[in-house]
Design a protein around this ligand. Structure first.
Ligand SMILES: C[S@@+](CC[C@H](N)C(=O)[O-])C[C@H]1O[C@@H](n2cnc3c(N)ncnc32)[C@H](O)[C@@H]1O
Length: 544
């Protein structure tokens, strides 16, 4: 039983064009419920072609903060009951130890399902979850599925919505599955399908389920039936999901006893937040599970906040000011629906990230380095603030394309260079008046936008990334002119990457520390809304 035989299922390359494209009216092809994600309604929207539920589909495999890819990462499995299923013996077929099933399903297999069906979206989200389990960041995983399946915008929005919901509930879903199955479902895509369905059946407290329960079960069974690697498990999918609906209360009571089930983070992450923030750890974990708002930065070269709020009101969009240039929309929309976005009147940027440019104390004519610039959010803000000579550097040449695109949209320009901030081969030897070091980090402060990060990261990443950022800071210091200012930024909650790093740097270089916000904890509320960021500002002595 333990030996696995190769599966006899189709290989993606051997598929005919027809099988890849699916057949309209195929099995399990009931349309997604109007009002569900495909209709762009409700929390998280999943609006076709629009903004994801808090995600940034453009982020590459390096992750949101551009930290190195992990390659062999796995999603930490939630504790699973490896013994007998605890349910009644007549609960339906148990997941058997099939030697016909590969641990890795054919993720690119295009199911023969209607593209507008919930089953299609569930399977796409399940494929994305399986890719995340193999170490890919969720935005990249979704992009791969969309490309491989040639998914239309509406299906893309629905997949994205489901996958983001599932990521925010992965801890609890894993524990629920542990209670209801005798072993972890294989292949990973089957586990992903169950986790996606459970996330739709068990929405976060205070929110409405996006679909009727019977539709979710029916479509999840149809999705299982449509995939050759786990069609045999469709009865198990049906039994597990129906059991959840029947026994929801006791199953949830048990799942919530486990911190991983309660908070939906790996245990090490919960422990790390508790240790660093003994008074705030619960609100921090809760904030990380909320969907982020859509916050805009108003380009002061083109308009002001008051005028722009009137423009939004005229377009029937509710919004409020949450920072000097920051406006939070009451309802997220796709970027092309944002008034003035295409013309560079506004950019999408978290209110916390909008603190960087003002802290740099910029004046016309200054020579400025944005040392870790991609995708260019802060570069754009710097150039909107003053007429400076900006060099936008990043180690990832592919991400630099986004800097160019963003600056082009804003009608601004910079010298864009590919290079490592801990090296000097790109530097012309002339010192800068201001340096922004928005270093690669674990991105633990922006989990509300990137719910996959908690499952992709390992505790040891913090040390590795802190080592890189200290090399970057040490190297950049020589590039700063006497009396110049260097702003150190992370989107991390871990003190090792942030305050400890800043304190050690100040000692190493005798840098003067100026006023800066320090650690910002993630917040959302009236008039205030931002990610968890860290800011430290240093000044070089006039004569070193
Ligand atoms: C936090 S993100 C920067 C976000 C950017 N400042 C903005 O506001 O849009 C960190 C960036 O550091 C880049 N990076 C990673 N390692 C680097 C290195 N050794 N030198 C320079 N850039 C690096 C990543 O590619 C990523 O784009």
């Amino acid at each position: 039983m333990t030996e696995k035989r190769p599966t006899l299922t189709l290989k993606p390359k051997a598929q005919s064009a027809d099988s890849r494209r699916g057949r309209p009216g195929g099995k399990g092809a009931g349309p997604a419920r109007p009002g569900g994600p495909q209709a762009g309604k409700g929390a998280g929207t999943g609006n076709a072609g629009g903004r994801p539920q808090g995600g940034r589909p453009q982020d590459g495999p390096r992750g949101p903060c551009g930290s190195p890819p992990r390659g062999t990462q796995r999603v930490e499995p939630a504790p699973h009951d490896t013994g007998e299923a605890r349910g009644r013996p007549d609960d339906g077929p148990r997941l058997r130890h099939s030697y016909e099933v590969k641990a890795h399903a054919q993720l690119d297999y295009r199911p023969a399902l209607r593209e507008d069906s919930l089953a299609f979206a569930l399977l796409g989200a399940a494929s994305s979850l399986a890719r995340v389990r193999a170490g890919t960041a969720l935005p990249q995983a979704l992009a791969e599925v969309v490309q491989a399946w040639d998914a239309p915008p509406q299906a893309r929005g629905a997949m994205q919505d489901i996958a983001y919901r599932a990521m925010r509930q992965l801890g609890r879903s894993g524990i629920l599955l542990g209670q209801m199955t005798s072993k972890a479902p294989e292949p990973a895509m089957l586990a992903g399908l169950l986790e996606c369905a459970l996330a739709l059946l068990d929405p976060p407290e205070g929110t409405e389920p996006p679909y009727e329960a019977f539709t979710v079960v029916d479509q999840a069974v149809g999705a299982a039936a449509a995939h050759p690697d786990f069609a045999h498990a469709k009865a198990m999918v049906n039994a597990v999901l129906r059991r959840f609906l029947r026994e929801r209360e006791p199953l949830l009571v048990t799942a919530l006893r486990d911190p991983v089930g309660q908070w939906n983070y790996p245990q090490w992450w919960i422990d790390a937040v508790r240790t660093a923030y003994p008074d705030d750890w619960q609100s921090i974990l809760t904030a990380g599970n909320r969907q982020p708002p859509l916050t805009l930065r108003v380009n002061r070269r083109k308009t002001d906040v008051g005028t722009y709020l009137k423009t939004l009101a005229a377009a029937g969009m509710h919004a409020e000011q949450v920072g000097p240039s920051a406006v939070r929309l009451a309802q997220a929309v796709g970027v092309m629906q944002i008034p003035g976005f295409a013309d560079g009147v506004v950019s999408v940027q978290d209110a916390g990230a909008q603190l960087a440019a003002p802290l740099l104390d910029l004046r016309d004519g200054m020579r400025v380095l944005d040392a870790c610039a991609a995708p260019g959010g802060k570069s754009g803000h710097i150039l909107e603030t003053a007429d400076v000579d900006l060099t936008a550097l990043d180690a990832d040449a592919r991400r630099l394309v986004r800097v160019d695109q963003n600056l082009q949209r804003l009608g601004l320009s910079a010298t864009v260079k590919a290079g490592a901030a801990e090296a000097t081969d790109w530097w012309d030897g002339r010192q800068y008046d201001r340096i922004l070091a928005d270093v690669p980090c674990t991105a633990s402060g922006i989990v509300r936008r990137h719910p996959d990060i908690r499952w992709l990261r390992r505790k040891s990443d913090t040390h590795q990334l802190a080592t890189l950022s200290s090399k970057i800071l040490d190297n950049l210091w020589q590039m700063l002119r006497p009396d110049g200012k260097l702003l150190f930024v992370t989107c991390s909650l871990w003190p090792q990457e942030s305050e400890a790093q800043a304190a050690a740097f100040a000692v190493r270089h005798g840098a003067v520390r100026l006023d800066a916000p320090g650690q910002l904890l993630p917040r959302s509320g009236a008039g205030q809304d931002h990610d968890g960021l860290f800011y430290a500002l240093f000044q070089k002595a006039e004569r070193e």
